[in-house]
Design a binder for this molecule. Structure first.
Ligand SMILES: *Cc1c(COP(=O)(O)O)cnc(C)c1O
Length: 451
């Protein structure tokens, strides 16, 4: 890792005043000064509309296979998708608790309830493995693009894939997705888990014949080790959460699906009806891919914000300083210790940071205590249970309405807010064991009573 000199930090503190509060681990709200018009941003993008469409088509080809081997997806014909729901009672509660009116409607995208692995990783993670499997099968003339992919559910295919292995480094949820789909296809799969990973996720994977290797260190170390081990084995494919275009595109497919759901709910997004989306961010692939997909569809009418824990603001640090993956939160004295395990990442993806930079509206941080209180409140008001990481987006609309006045004015949004829509991306939680759900809730309750 690059040594950041203390004199560098002093210079940055002067150059980026918000950095002082970030380093003090206070909650901050940052507007991206380098945001561009969609078209200008697209000219710099390494990825295109065509790439996103290709990913969407590939998932359609695999749908008959998915429907067959994951019966919970049968009702949706093998398309792995989550509900979009209005949460008016939660909106009321936010307005009261944070003394801040929220103009516009509030909805929750329940990726917490995505089939197969119960988190946003069921998008990118599963997509990348399917793409790899398709490539292998094409190369060996086992499959053509015209085939009904449900033939992949056979001993012939499982035996073929068993000659290949998959490896990934993860804080938990990516490991779950990659592990479950890879084992189902017949691959040998190893998940390198960081210290933050929850025990139940490791147990679940082991029960499905996935090899789990545990590390005392954080996410970046787990990824590094996974990469080293995979490099030694030519039959091993490494899912590179820090650099993967495929993961990113798998996440991006969420956008076209969301568009249909908004239309079904008769919600308009256009010049006079802005859309605001709040996405919890770890290494960046999930929120980055979704935001990129949404930008392709709604261009300048959608405004995307990332949310990170106050103890792990890696993407914000990378974007603010322009150093991306050349700086970690530990370099500036932030500990990367958070209960939001899915977001416990010290160093962001450089690829995502640079790709999303022209499109991202802003980024803010949330304390762990806040996450627990929001978790409890969402259960009380809407009966929906998320994991702590997944609540990071929830405070976004209140923060935007309070601290983002300049942004709203600059983009001519102030008058349009009452006709706008806010979508909180609820990134995970349905597979959390009941006992832990209760613990999370109790913690939120205790914190709420303290105040
Ligand atoms: C992984 C994860 C995220 C963030 O995705 P990244 O690709 O790491 O940025 C957010 N919420 C949950 C629950 C996650 O598991």
């Amino acid at each position: 890792m690059r040594e950041i000199e203390s004199k560098d930090i002093q210079t940055w503190r002067g150059k980026y005043p918000l950095l002082n509060r970030l380093i003090s681990m206070e909650e901050v709200f940052w507007i991206n000064p380098t945001i561009e018009k969609f078209q200008t941003g697209m000219n710099k993008s390494p990825l295109t509309q065509e790439d996103a469409r290709d990913a969407e088509e590939r998932l359609k080809r695999f749908a008959p296979y998915i429907a067959k081997v994951f019966p919970e997806t049968k009702g949706m014909n093998g398309i792995i998708e989550s509900p979009l729901v209005r949460i008016p009672s939660m909106k009321q509660s936010l307005e009261q608790n944070y003394h801040q009116p929220i103009l516009g409607e509030l909805l929750l995208k329940c990726d917490s309830h995505l089939p197969i692995s119960g988190s946003i990783k069921a998008r990118g993670g599963i997509y990348e493995i399917l793409k790899h499997a398709e490539e292998l099968a094409f190369q060996h003339q086992m499959l053509t693009i015209q085939d009904d992919y449900s033939i992949i559910d056979s001993d012939r295919f499982r035996s073929f894939f068993s000659h290949y292995s998959i490896a990934v480094g993860s804080t938990g949820n990516l490991g779950l997705s990659i592990g479950i789909i890879s084992a189902k296809l017949g691959f040998k799969v190893t998940v390198h888990m960081s210290a933050d990973a929850k025990q139940w996720k490791k147990d679940l994977l082991r029960s499905k014949n996935v090899k789990v290797i545990e590390y005392e260190a954080d996410y970046s170390k787990a990824v590094e080790e996974g990469r080293i081990q995979a490099d030694r084995d030519p039959t091993c494919y490494f899912v590179d959460d820090e650099n993967s275009h495929d993961l990113f595109l798998g996440y991006a497919v969420a956008a076209s699906r969301l568009k249909k759901q908004l239309e079904e709910l008769e919600i308009t997004i256009d010049e006079n009806h802005p859309l605001f989306v709040y996405l919890p961010c770890g290494v960046g692939g999930g929120p980055g891919g979704v935001a990129f997909g949404l930008k392709l569809l709604y261009q300048d009418h959608v405004h995307c914000f990332f949310a990170e824990p106050t103890h792990s603001p890696c993407m914000l640090l990378g974007l603010m300083t322009g150093l991306h993956d050349k700086v970690s939160v530990q370099d500036v004295g932030i500990d990367n210790v958070t209960d939001a395990d899915g977001l416990a990442v010290g160093k962001p993806s450089g690829f995502v940071g640079k790709t999303i930079e022209p499109f991202l509206s802003g980024n803010y941080t949330v304390s762990d205590n806040q996450l627990y209180k929001l978790l409890k409140e969402l259960v009380d008001t809407e009966g929906i249970h998320l994991e702590p990481s997944a609540l990071a987006g929830m405070i976004g609309p209140s923060k935007l309405c309070k601290e983002g006045i300049d942004y709203l004015q600059k983009h001519n949004l102030t008058e349009k807010m009452s006709k706008g829509t806010h979508i909180i991306w609820g990134t995970g939680g349905s597979m959390v064991p009941d006992e832990m759900k209760t613990q999370y809730y109790q913690k939120g309750l205790k914190l709420a009573l303290e105040k």
